[in-house]
Design a protein around this ligand. Structure first.
Ligand code: MN3
Length: 341
């Protein structure tokens, strides 16, 4: 009876906190093979320390870093896609957790030594052969200064590409610059991944790892990545001209909502300039449509009209109407580019 009352109380508290009822802290994923299963290529002691100490550390530190913040209710991808805005603890530990989870999943004692099906075709098309892809990955890993990862990833144009990132960054993150997409293969080149067995010989570790790299697992990740909704999020986030316009819009429209017309009265010419740059830049592939083209042209025309009103010294009520219309047009573009808004 006592425990029933206690659980009823817990349930009431959980209901009271709303969304956080469904929030799960991140956890260490199960390893599908023993620590010694990848011997002699990766030794048991390295596996045990790497998984049960390093990876667990990233999980615990990530949970600690997001505790009590909005990120507690986000998926690991939602956290990482704007990692650059979330501070170093979240950036490093979300990457650390995601990267190692991916790494364990593509290693296997019964590794398929060659890709097949769609992945095989894509590798031959993008890199001409598996051997040349391996050479690219090995050289990316060998030349990564200090700690980091080398990646094979799917770009927003659905092509395969190779890059390397420092520390625990990865191509999903905004901080990856031009190398953005969904990773399907990653190799850990931190010293903790190989030092006990290979010491300073990173090249020997890289040559050995292909013996336990499971191309079947990479192939499954490839097919899933082609339809990953985050590809579109990344594509839109990489559209710099849209982000630049958004910045001026946000910094003029929101003050105006609070009755402050000073920002739009001083920045209307800048808004015209950003709208024109947006109209000149290519629209990312998956957002191209007559509706987008029309909305962008409307943005140019609308901002030119607004700029004329400002220069004429028009009344606040006229500026309000003009900028509100422009804001609506901007949101038409935002809406056409995303599934969730
Ligand atoms: Mn590691």
């Amino acid at each position: 009876m006592k425990s029933f009352k206690f659980s009823a109380l817990v349930v009431l508290i959980l209901i009271g906190t709303g969304l956080s009822v469904i929030a799960q802290p991140f956890y260490l994923p199960k390893l599908n093979y023993g620590y010694d299963a990848l011997e002699p290529y990766i030794d048991a002691q390295t596996m045990e320390i790497h998984y049960s100490k390093h990876h667990l550390g990233y999980v615990n530190n990530l949970n600690k870093a997001i505790k009590g913040t909005r990120a507690e209710n986000l998926s690991i991808e939602e956290i990482m896609v704007y990692a650059g805005r979330r501070g170093d603890a979240v950036r490093n530990n979300s990457g650390g957790h995601y990267n190692h989870s991916l790494f364990w999943s593509i290693l296997s004692p019964n590794a398929a030594k060659f890709p097949s099906g769609m992945l095989d075709d894509a590798i031959n098309m993008n890199f001409s052969s598996l051997d040349s892809l391996k050479r690219l990955l090995n050289s990316g890993a060998a030349t990564r200064f200090g700690s980091g990862w080398v990646w094979l990833y799917v770009t927003p144009e659905k092509k395969l590409a190779v890059c390397s990132t420092p520390n625990q960054d990865n191509p999903i993150m905004d901080v990856a610059g031009k190398n953005r997409g969904i990773p399907i293969l990653g190799i850990d080149v931190w010293e903790h991944a190989y030092y006990l067995k290979y010491q300073n010989k990173r090249g020997d570790y890289l040559n050995a790892i292909w013996n336990v790299l499971d191309w079947n697992a990479v192939g499954k990740r490839y097919e899933a990545a082609l339809n990953d909704p985050f590809l579109k999020v990344i594509e839109k986030d990489a559209w710099q001209e849209l982000k630049d316009f958004h910045m001026v819009m946000a910094q003029t429209f929101h003050p105006m909502e609070d009755g402050n017309f000073q920002p739009i009265r001083t920045r209307s010419a800048e808004m015209v300039e950003k709208a024109k740059l947006l109209a000149k830049a290519p629209v990312p592939t998956s957002f191209r449509s007559p509706e987008i083209t029309k909305a962008i042209n409307d943005l140019v025309e609308g901002s030119e009209m607004l700029d004329k009103l400002v220069k004429k010294g028009a009344k606040d009520s006229k500026i309000l109407k003009s900028l509100s219309g422009l804001h609506d047009t901007f949101h038409v573009i935002q809406g056409l580019c995303s599934d969730e808004h």
